[in-house]
Design a protein around this ligand. Structure first.
Ligand SMILES: [Zn+2]
Length: 712
């Protein structure tokens, strides 16, 4: 891939950009003040000095004790928030959705007669208005009749029909279906599609329902029960004949959660991530694949499926067969549907938003209606809107800079791995090859597939979403064992929902382990993540540079290291390497455990979380190496060299400012795989020789860590 790029023909336009002949780097910022601001200039200057003086007077922790607080204590004290987090990503993301809304309006104005645009307007109107309670009630009553009929007739293998009904609707199956069904690239052969069975997905980490000793978690579960009961009351009033209630729902969730831990069956290996199931060997697993897959829509039944957790798969199958048509389970099947219909119904959705935004952001309303409608519109009109967005906002100069930056960071990582002392020579060579082969996609629209040709109805968002899901599942059924094409995929578990694949309009970068590629969407290439006008190298490396390095390192984290250079699940590590790598992971774990213990906080020790910590630790090291190379190359005076590193540390700590309400602390820690930002700053820095030397960190200081383990 690198080779290809090198021999690529360079157009005059590219050449101009690369050589900088038509680029103005620094712009006048004084001109950017408005007339009114200029008139008030004295006021704002006075305020600046006032703040600055008060800042100077306030005591801050020493940098060798708590660097995060050394930088952010003042902000922390004076920044009053009702939100959980201070999140620049979300703010810029909302701005991008506003921009896409403008594009939508332009399209409607300029091509009002095009069939596609008329259809898009129908969809937007439905997404903006949501369902009326009356029309949602019709959907719900039909669904209830269906479930009641199926559960009343135990002889008909109806469990598989109910499960298939649940699984076909991705919105419902993403929030509580006992099994999550998916058709996606086979991890051992990422060029073709396969059927996947995954454990339950739920907005709350499933362990929330089992940890009965944790008061904070118990309170969260009670909040959830109350929300469900309120919702049931709102929807059914006194007409709740089946006795739907929140407590039963939680009881069933607890039974399901135990399937992760019970050791029925012949395996108890929860670490398995890939296991092929033979659909013909029905009796081995007691799961009726034929019945289930027929209900999903398959005419011919594929011979294999994949599960990522065999133990769970066996346990949940046994549990469902035993309980599926009890009253509690019948009500559970109904409630997970009702809950999702409510999410798209006027007046009903607010109670859910109230609850979930409280956990996620601490704010009252997660998104304005307009933003939600724009996001929904990006599912069926993904191609059209992404292309239009890229066409309007493409910035070749910044895109090229990002490409160079990733390449530079790749080279530094390459050099670091080459110096590695603990990996076998063979493994080092393969790791180098993997790094070299990371595909870099910057600023382009990522989708090639055409938008679906579906007729939407302007007052039926629930129906419209089902039309999209049906279209998609049919597309996917036809793609089993065939080459992968790109279809937009949404994670409905999260609230607000998120797009899984990288998309041009997403404000974040992402490493994709199943294609060994890094994608930097156009929407992410803007201030404050990158500033090629007013800011210098320390600023840009602490922002964009750090994030790109972090993403690159995911290629070698606990999960990433299990995939080869083309993105297939494959073991390329020797036993000796694995032993060493495990020691490094244990060492990382230990530091996060100790730090959390000191602050009397919980700690997230899942593999995903350790991988994030691994990426943080190694990417900060990578950035510092990059800055060192820069200083040597450009002969930066040593006095200034120290300042550049200091700038970098301070900008980084400043970017990571975070404030969390105490009562939502456990949720933040257990739900978000990234460590608390205080640790994301202090722990990676504490492992740097340069940092320790600059701030004279000694044994006994808060930033001290006796680190014997090298970086990647
Ligand atoms: Zn990450």
């Amino acid at each position: 891939m690198i080779k290809k790029n090198k021999t690529r023909k360079i157009s005059q336009n590219d050449k101009d950009l690369i050589c900088g002949t038509n680029v103005i780097l620094y712009k006048s910022f004084q001109k950017q003040y408005t007339y009114k601001e200029l008139l008030n200039f004295n006021n704002s200057t006075n305020k600046y000095y006032e703040n600055f003086n008060s800042y100077l007077k306030e005591p801050t922790p020493k940098p060798c004790d708590n660097f995060y607080q050394y930088v952010n204590a003042y902000w922390n004290k004076h920044h009053k928030i009702t939100l959980n987090t201070y999140n620049t990503f979300d703010k810029i993301q909302e701005k991008v959705y506003d921009e896409i809304f403008e594009i939508y309006k332009e399209l409607v104005e300029t091509s009002s007669t095009s069939k596609e645009i008329v259809n898009m307007k129908e969809f937007y109107d439905s997404a903006n208005a949501l369902m009326t309670p009356e029309s949602s009630m019709i959907n719900i009553n039909n669904y209830i009749d269906n479930i009641v009929e199926l559960t009343n007739d135990p002889l008909k293998n109806n469990l598989w029909r109910i499960l298939a009904m649940t699984c076909k609707n991705k919105i419902v199956s993403s929030s509580g279906s006992p099994l999550f069904f998916d058709i996606k690239p086979d991890e051992k052969n990422t060029n073709t599609y396969s059927i996947y069975f995954e454990p339950i997905k739920h907005l709350f980490p499933i362990d929330f329902f089992l940890d009965v000793n944790n008061r904070e978690l118990n309170n969260s579960v009670s909040d959830y029960v109350n929300y469900l009961n309120t919702l049931i009351k709102t929807i059914f009033g006194d007409n709740n004949k089946l006795g739907l209630n929140g407590k039963d729902y939680i009881d069933v969730l607890r039974e399901i959660a135990l399937c992760f831990y019970e050791t029925e069956g012949d395996t108890n290996d929860n670490t398995l991530t890939y296991y092929k199931l033979n659909t013909k060997a029905t009796y081995t697993y007691t799961f009726n694949f034929v019945e289930f897959l027929k209900e999903i829509g398959f005419n011919t039944i594929p011979t294999t499926c994949i599960t990522i957790n065999l133990n769970y798969f066996k346990n949940i199958t046994a549990l469902m067969l035993k309980k599926w048509n009890t009253d509690k389970w019948r009500n559970y099947w109904i409630l997970i549907y009702v809950e999702q219909v409510a999410r798209f119904t006027n007046k009903w959705h607010t109670s859910g938003e109230l609850l979930f935004s409280k956990f996620i952001r601490g704010s009252i309303s997660e998104y304005a209606d307009k933003v939600r409608a724009v996001k929904l519109m990006l599912i069926p009109f993904n191609n059209l809107l992404s292309r239009s967005y890229v066409a309007k906002y493409k910035n070749d100069y910044a895109i090229n800079y990002i490409k160079f930056l990733i390449n530079d960071l790749k080279i530094v990582l390459y050099k670091n791995i080459k110096k590695n002392k603990w990996m076998d020579a063979k493994t080092i060579n393969y790791a180098l090859l993997k790094i070299q082969n990371i595909k870099v996609i910057v600023g382009e629209s990522s989708y090639v597939i055409d938008d679906p040709d579906i007729n939407f109805i302007n007052n039926d968002i629930w129906g419209n979403l089902i039309r999209i899901m049906d279209w998609k599942i049919n597309e996917l059924i036809n793609l089993i064992n065939k080459p992968v094409s790109l279809l937009p995929t949404v994670d409905w578990t999260q609230r607000p929902f998120v797009f899984i694949e990288s998309q041009a309009f997403i404000v974040n970068a992402r490493y994709n382990r199943s294609t060994n590629s890094i994608y930097v969407p156009l929407a992410f290439i803007q201030k404050p993540f990158i500033d090629l006008e007013e800011s210098g190298i320390a600023y840009n490396i602490s922002n964009m540079g750090y994030i790109l390095a972090h993403e690159l390192l995911h290629s070698l984290d606990i999960t990433g290291s299990k995939y080869d250079l083309t993105g297939n699940l494959k073991d390329w590590w020797s036993n000796n390497d694995k032993k060493h790598y495990l020691k490094i992971q244990e060492n990382i774990k230990e530091q996060y455990i100790l730090a959390s213990k000191k602050d009397k906080l919980e700690v997230n020790l899942t593999d995903i979380s350790i991988s994030e910590n691994f990426a943080d630790i190694n990417s900060i090291y990578l950035c510092v190496e990059y800055l060192k190379d820069y200083q040597v190359k450009f002969e930066v005076p040593l006095k200034l060299a120290k300042l550049i590193l200091e700038d970098f540390y301070i900008f980084y700590a400043n970017n990571m400012k975070e404030k969390i309400l105490n009562k939502r602390m456990s949720y933040r820690i257990l739900y978000n795989p990234h460590a608390l930002n205080q640790y994301r700053v202090n722990i990676p820095l504490s492992r740097l020789d340069t940092f320790n030397a600059m701030y004279d960190v000694k044994k006994g200081d808060g930033m001290y860590w006796n680190n014997k383990y090298p970086f990647f």
